[in-house]
Design a protein around this ligand. Structure first.
Ligand SMILES: O=C(O)c1cc(=O)[nH]c(=O)n1[C@@H]1O[C@H](COP(=O)(O)O)[C@@H](O)[C@H]1O
Length: 314
C-alpha cells in the first residue's frame, strides 16, 4: 500500500472518487444525438476526464467501477482503459473496481488485470488495464486470492478484498455467527483473520500495511470499528459514504492511530454533485456542461475532505 499511502500523504486526503458514469448522471447535452454504445462511451470519457482534471491535485485516487463500462461492450471497455490511463497520467492511483473471484487457475487469468497478459515465451507482458489495485471477492477462499496476491507483490500493486460490504443485505451472509468458533465470530470477522494471514508475507516494513486490503462499508460503523482492531495490517477501502448514507461521524473508528489505514470512497456524491446545485443553468454547449460538472465535483470533493479530516481529528 506504500504507493497509495504516499499519494494520501501528498494530498492530505484519504478519499477516492468513484468514476461510475451512467446516463442519468451526465448532463443531457453530453448525450444529445447519441445512437451507439460508442457515442455513450465517448461521452463517459469526456465526463471522466473533466472530473479528473478538476480533482487530480486534491485527491490521491480514483475508483472506476467496471460495471458501467462493461454495459457498453467493447466501446465501454475502451473508455474504462483510457480513463485509467488518463488518471495515471495525472498522477492518480487507480483502484479498479472489478470484484473478481474464481477458482485458482481462472483467478490467475483475472490477476493479469494487475500483472499484465500471461507471458508466452519471447512475448513481453502487456499492462493492458492500467490499474494500481483491484477489488476481489473472497468467497472461493485462498486459492482464488493467491494469484492476485502474487501479481500484486510482483508489480508493487494492491488488492482490496470484500470483508463487510456497505449494502443492506450484506448481513445475510457476512453477519452470520460461525457456530462453534472460539471466540464466536461472524463470517466478516473470519474473513478479517484470513486477510491478515493472506497479507502477512507482503507487509511493508515502513507502513506496516500489506498488499492485501479490505473493503469495509461506512454504513456499518460498529462492525467496521471492530474490524479495524482485528486487521491492524490491512488497509481499508470504505465505500458507502454519501449516496448510501454513510457520514463523517461513521468513519472515526475505521482509521488507525496515525489517521491512516482507510480510503473513503464516494462516487455519485461527487460525480453527480452538479445535479444537487441550487440552480442548474441551461447549458449552451457541452463545454459549459462539463465545466459545471467539474466545478461542482471539486466543491463536493473539498467538502468531503474536510468532513473526513474532522472525523480523523475526533
Ligand atoms: O468494492 C466497492 O467499491 C464497493 C463495496 C461495497 O461494499 N459497497 C460499494 O458501494 N462498493 C462500490 O462503491 C461505489 C459506491 O458508489 P456510491 O454509492 O455512488 O458512492 C460503487 O462503485 C459500488 O460498487
Amino acid at each position: 500500500m506504500r504507493v497509495l499511502i504516499n499519494a494520501i500523504q501528498r494530498t492530505g486526503n484519504p478519499s477516492v472518487i468513484g468514476l461510475d458514469p451512467r446516463p442519468e448522471l451526465l448532463p443531457s447535452i453530453l448525450l444529445e444525438g447519441a445512437q451507439t454504445p460508442r457515442d455513450v462511451a465517448d461521452a463517459y470519457f469526456a465526463f471522466n476526464t473533466a472530473v479528473i482534471d478538476a480533482l487530480y491535485d486534491i485527491i490521491p485516487a480514483v475508483k472506476p467501477q467496471i460495471a458501467m463500462y462493461e454495459a457498453l461492450g467493447i466501446a465501454g471497455i475502451e473508455t474504462f482503459i483510457k480513463t485509467n490511463e488518463y488518471a495515471q497520467s495525472r498522477g492518480l492511483y487507480v483502484l479498479a473496481d472489478i470484484k473478481r473471484g474464481d477458482i485458482g487457475s481462472t483467478a490467475a487469468s483475472y490477476a493479469s488485470h494487475l500483472c499484465g497478459t500471461p507471458q508466452i515465451e519471447g512475448m513481453p507482458r502487456f499492462d493492458v488495464w492500467h490499474e494500481d489495485a483491484v477489488t476481489v471477492n473472497p468467497y472461493l477462499g485462498s486459492d482464488g486470492i493467491a494469484p492476485f496476491v502474487t501479481a500484486a507483490v510482483a508489480t508493487n500493486k494492491d488488492i482490496f478484498v470484500l470483508a463487510k460490504t456497505s449494502n443492506p443485505s450484506s448481513s445475510e451472509l457476512q453477519d452470520l455467527v460461525i457456530d462453534g468458533s472460539i471466540p464466536h465470530e461472524t463470517v466478516a470477522e473470519h474473513v478479517a483473520g484470513l486477510l491478515e494471514e493472506w497479507g502477512e508475507s507482503t507487509r511493508d516494513k515502513e507502513t506496516g500495511y500489506s498488499h492485501v486490503g479490505a473493503v469495509v462499508g461506512a454504513t456499518h460503523p460498529v462492525e467496521g470499528t471492530k474490524l479495524r482492531k482485528l486487521m491492524p495490517h490491512t488497509f481499508f477501502l470504505v465505500p458507502g459514504y454519501g449516496a448510501q448514507g454513510g457520514t463523517g461521524a461513521d468513519l472515526a473508528g475505521l482509521f488507525d492511530s496515525n489517521g491512516l489505514g482507510a480510503l473513503v470512497n464516494s462516487s455519485r456524491g461527487i460525480i453527480g454533485a452538479w445535479k444537487k446545485a441550487a440552480e442548474i443553468p441551461e447549458f449552451a454547449t457541452r463545454e459549459d456542461a462539463l465545466a459545471f460538472v467539474a466545478r461542482s465535483a471539486r466543491k463536493a470533493a473539498l467538502a468531503m475532505k474536510d468532513d473526513i479530516s474532522q472525523a480523523i481529528a475526533q
